[in-house]
Design a protein around this ligand. Structure first.
Ligand SMILES: C[S@@+](CC[C@H](N)C(=O)[O-])C[C@H]1O[C@@H](n2cnc3c(N)ncnc32)[C@H](O)[C@@H]1O
Length: 192
Protein backbone atom coordinates (compact mmCIF):
# COMPACT_ATOMS: atom_id res chain seq x y z
CA UNK A 1 0.00 0.00 0.00
CA UNK A 2 1.28 3.43 -0.89
CA UNK A 3 1.59 6.13 1.76
CA UNK A 4 0.41 8.81 -0.65
CA UNK A 5 -3.02 10.35 -0.89
CA UNK A 6 -4.07 9.80 -4.47
CA UNK A 7 -7.50 11.33 -4.07
CA UNK A 8 -8.31 15.01 -4.33
CA UNK A 9 -7.31 17.29 -1.50
CA UNK A 10 -9.87 19.68 0.04
CA UNK A 11 -10.36 22.87 -1.97
CA UNK A 12 -8.76 25.22 0.54
CA UNK A 13 -6.01 22.84 1.60
CA UNK A 14 -3.16 24.16 -0.55
CA UNK A 15 -3.81 27.79 0.40
CA UNK A 16 -4.01 26.90 4.09
CA UNK A 17 -0.86 24.81 3.79
CA UNK A 18 1.04 27.72 2.15
CA UNK A 19 -0.21 30.18 4.79
CA UNK A 20 0.67 27.69 7.52
CA UNK A 21 4.26 27.41 6.29
CA UNK A 22 4.55 31.20 6.03
CA UNK A 23 3.15 31.62 9.56
CA UNK A 24 5.75 29.38 11.16
CA UNK A 25 3.08 27.12 12.71
CA UNK A 26 4.97 24.00 13.70
CA UNK A 27 2.25 21.61 14.85
CA UNK A 28 0.47 20.91 11.57
CA UNK A 29 -1.45 17.66 11.25
CA UNK A 30 -0.02 14.94 9.07
CA UNK A 31 -1.77 14.56 5.71
CA UNK A 32 -2.39 10.84 6.26
CA UNK A 33 -4.11 11.62 9.54
CA UNK A 34 -6.16 14.24 7.73
CA UNK A 35 -7.25 11.78 5.05
CA UNK A 36 -8.47 9.34 7.71
CA UNK A 37 -10.26 12.18 9.50
CA UNK A 38 -12.15 12.93 6.27
CA UNK A 39 -13.06 9.30 5.65
CA UNK A 40 -14.38 8.87 9.19
CA UNK A 41 -16.22 12.20 9.00
CA UNK A 42 -18.20 10.92 6.03
CA UNK A 43 -19.65 8.10 8.17
CA UNK A 44 -21.72 10.55 10.22
CA UNK A 45 -24.35 12.21 8.03
CA UNK A 46 -26.16 15.04 9.85
CA UNK A 47 -23.46 14.68 12.50
CA UNK A 48 -22.24 17.01 15.16
CA UNK A 49 -18.46 17.32 15.01
CA UNK A 50 -15.97 18.80 17.44
CA UNK A 51 -12.32 19.60 16.85
CA UNK A 52 -10.22 20.61 19.85
CA UNK A 53 -7.15 22.36 18.42
CA UNK A 54 -7.84 24.08 15.09
CA UNK A 55 -4.32 25.33 14.52
CA UNK A 56 -4.44 27.00 11.10
CA UNK A 57 -7.31 24.82 9.89
CA UNK A 58 -5.47 22.05 8.04
CA UNK A 59 -7.31 19.15 9.68
CA UNK A 60 -10.44 21.30 9.79
CA UNK A 61 -10.43 21.52 5.99
CA UNK A 62 -10.27 17.73 5.66
CA UNK A 63 -12.98 17.10 8.24
CA UNK A 64 -15.25 19.62 6.47
CA UNK A 65 -14.56 17.83 3.18
CA UNK A 66 -16.08 14.66 4.65
CA UNK A 67 -19.16 16.35 6.10
CA UNK A 68 -22.54 16.41 4.43
CA UNK A 69 -24.47 19.70 4.23
CA UNK A 70 -26.56 18.92 7.33
CA UNK A 71 -23.55 18.38 9.60
CA UNK A 72 -21.88 20.98 11.78
CA UNK A 73 -18.32 21.33 13.01
CA UNK A 74 -17.21 23.35 16.02
CA UNK A 75 -13.47 23.89 16.13
CA UNK A 76 -11.67 25.66 18.95
CA UNK A 77 -8.20 27.05 19.54
CA UNK A 78 -6.70 29.71 21.79
CA UNK A 79 -4.24 31.14 19.26
CA UNK A 80 -5.86 34.08 17.47
CA UNK A 81 -3.09 34.40 14.88
CA UNK A 82 -3.33 30.80 13.69
CA UNK A 83 -7.12 30.72 13.91
CA UNK A 84 -7.21 33.73 11.60
CA UNK A 85 -5.73 31.57 8.82
CA UNK A 86 -8.57 29.06 9.26
CA UNK A 87 -11.07 31.93 9.29
CA UNK A 88 -9.65 33.38 6.06
CA UNK A 89 -9.91 30.18 4.06
CA UNK A 90 -12.79 28.32 5.75
CA UNK A 91 -14.80 31.06 7.44
CA UNK A 92 -17.43 31.18 4.68
CA UNK A 93 -18.49 27.60 5.33
CA UNK A 94 -21.79 27.83 7.20
CA UNK A 95 -21.30 24.39 8.75
CA UNK A 96 -18.21 25.56 10.62
CA UNK A 97 -18.03 27.50 13.89
CA UNK A 98 -14.53 28.62 14.83
CA UNK A 99 -14.11 29.57 18.48
CA UNK A 100 -11.17 31.51 19.90
CA UNK A 101 -11.08 30.23 23.47
CA UNK A 102 -9.15 28.29 26.04
CA UNK A 103 -9.80 24.55 25.80
CA UNK A 104 -10.44 24.08 29.51
CA UNK A 105 -12.90 26.92 29.64
CA UNK A 106 -14.73 25.77 26.51
CA UNK A 107 -15.14 22.19 27.73
CA UNK A 108 -16.34 23.32 31.17
CA UNK A 109 -18.87 25.72 29.63
CA UNK A 110 -20.14 23.24 27.04
CA UNK A 111 -20.06 19.96 28.95
CA UNK A 112 -23.73 19.26 28.28
CA UNK A 113 -23.28 19.36 24.49
CA UNK A 114 -23.10 16.04 22.62
CA UNK A 115 -21.03 15.16 19.55
CA UNK A 116 -20.79 12.25 17.11
CA UNK A 117 -17.12 12.80 16.42
CA UNK A 118 -14.37 14.43 18.47
CA UNK A 119 -10.89 15.03 17.08
CA UNK A 120 -8.92 15.93 20.22
CA UNK A 121 -5.78 17.66 18.95
CA UNK A 122 -4.80 19.85 21.88
CA UNK A 123 -4.16 19.37 25.61
CA UNK A 124 -7.77 19.57 26.70
CA UNK A 125 -9.81 16.57 25.70
CA UNK A 126 -6.63 14.52 25.39
CA UNK A 127 -4.05 14.91 28.15
CA UNK A 128 -6.36 17.10 30.24
CA UNK A 129 -10.12 16.88 30.89
CA UNK A 130 -10.27 13.50 29.13
CA UNK A 131 -13.31 12.24 31.09
CA UNK A 132 -15.16 15.48 30.44
CA UNK A 133 -14.49 15.30 26.69
CA UNK A 134 -15.47 11.65 26.44
CA UNK A 135 -18.71 12.35 28.27
CA UNK A 136 -19.59 14.69 25.37
CA UNK A 137 -19.51 11.78 22.91
CA UNK A 138 -22.75 10.19 21.71
CA UNK A 139 -23.07 6.41 21.61
CA UNK A 140 -21.41 5.23 18.40
CA UNK A 141 -19.39 8.42 18.24
CA UNK A 142 -15.71 8.57 17.30
CA UNK A 143 -12.98 9.82 19.63
CA UNK A 144 -9.82 10.39 17.56
CA UNK A 145 -6.30 11.41 18.57
CA UNK A 146 -3.00 11.35 16.72
CA UNK A 147 0.70 11.79 17.54
CA UNK A 148 0.64 8.73 19.77
CA UNK A 149 3.76 7.19 18.21
CA UNK A 150 7.00 8.74 19.46
CA UNK A 151 7.67 12.02 17.62
CA UNK A 152 11.02 13.79 17.24
CA UNK A 153 9.62 17.04 18.63
CA UNK A 154 8.32 15.51 21.88
CA UNK A 155 9.72 17.33 24.90
CA UNK A 156 11.27 15.45 27.81
CA UNK A 157 8.60 13.56 29.75
CA UNK A 158 6.02 13.53 26.95
CA UNK A 159 6.53 9.83 26.23
CA UNK A 160 5.35 9.00 29.77
CA UNK A 161 2.28 11.18 29.28
CA UNK A 162 1.44 9.39 26.04
CA UNK A 163 1.82 5.95 27.65
CA UNK A 164 -0.44 7.02 30.53
CA UNK A 165 -3.07 8.36 28.12
CA UNK A 166 -3.19 5.06 26.24
CA UNK A 167 -3.52 3.17 29.53
CA UNK A 168 -6.33 5.48 30.65
CA UNK A 169 -8.17 4.96 27.37
CA UNK A 170 -7.65 1.18 27.50
CA UNK A 171 -8.98 1.02 31.04
CA UNK A 172 -12.37 2.46 30.06
CA UNK A 173 -15.21 0.04 29.48
CA UNK A 174 -17.23 2.53 27.43
CA UNK A 175 -14.75 2.75 24.52
CA UNK A 176 -13.81 0.27 21.80
CA UNK A 177 -10.25 1.22 20.92
CA UNK A 178 -7.96 0.68 17.94
CA UNK A 179 -4.34 1.85 18.10
CA UNK A 180 -2.74 2.23 14.71
CA UNK A 181 0.98 1.99 14.06
CA UNK A 182 0.57 4.16 10.97
CA UNK A 183 1.06 7.83 10.19
CA UNK A 184 1.81 9.57 13.51
CA UNK A 185 0.01 6.92 15.56
CA UNK A 186 -3.71 7.47 15.35
CA UNK A 187 -5.93 6.06 18.07
CA UNK A 188 -9.64 5.71 17.40
CA UNK A 189 -12.22 4.92 20.05
CA UNK A 190 -15.93 4.34 19.51
CA UNK A 191 -18.28 5.06 22.41
CA UNK A 192 -20.35 2.06 23.51
C1 LIG B 1 -1.44 19.99 17.36
S1 LIG B 1 -1.94 21.65 17.16
C2 LIG B 1 -3.42 21.52 16.21
C3 LIG B 1 -3.11 21.16 14.79
C4 LIG B 1 -4.28 21.24 13.83
N1 LIG B 1 -5.35 20.33 14.21
C5 LIG B 1 -3.81 20.96 12.42
O1 LIG B 1 -4.50 20.29 11.65
O2 LIG B 1 -2.75 21.42 12.01
C6 LIG B 1 -2.53 22.05 18.76
C7 LIG B 1 -3.27 23.37 18.87
O3 LIG B 1 -3.71 23.51 20.22
C8 LIG B 1 -3.76 24.90 20.51
N2 LIG B 1 -3.78 25.08 21.97
C9 LIG B 1 -2.74 24.95 22.84
N3 LIG B 1 -3.17 25.19 24.09
C10 LIG B 1 -4.51 25.44 24.01
C11 LIG B 1 -5.50 25.77 24.97
N4 LIG B 1 -5.22 25.86 26.28
N5 LIG B 1 -6.76 25.97 24.54
C12 LIG B 1 -7.06 25.89 23.22
N6 LIG B 1 -6.17 25.57 22.26
C13 LIG B 1 -4.89 25.38 22.66
C14 LIG B 1 -2.53 25.47 19.82
O4 LIG B 1 -2.71 26.85 19.53
C15 LIG B 1 -2.44 24.60 18.56
O5 LIG B 1 -3.00 25.27 17.46
Amino acid sequence: MTEEINQHYPKAYQQISDATKASGFGMASDVLTCALLRTLAATKPSGKFLELGTGTGLSTSWILDGLDQQSTLTSIDNDTKFLAIAETFLGDDKRLTLVDTDGAEWIKNNKDKKFDYIFADTWHGKYLLLDEALSMLNTGGFYIIDDMLPQQNWPEGHQEKAVKLIKDLESRDDLLLTKQVWATGIVIGVKK
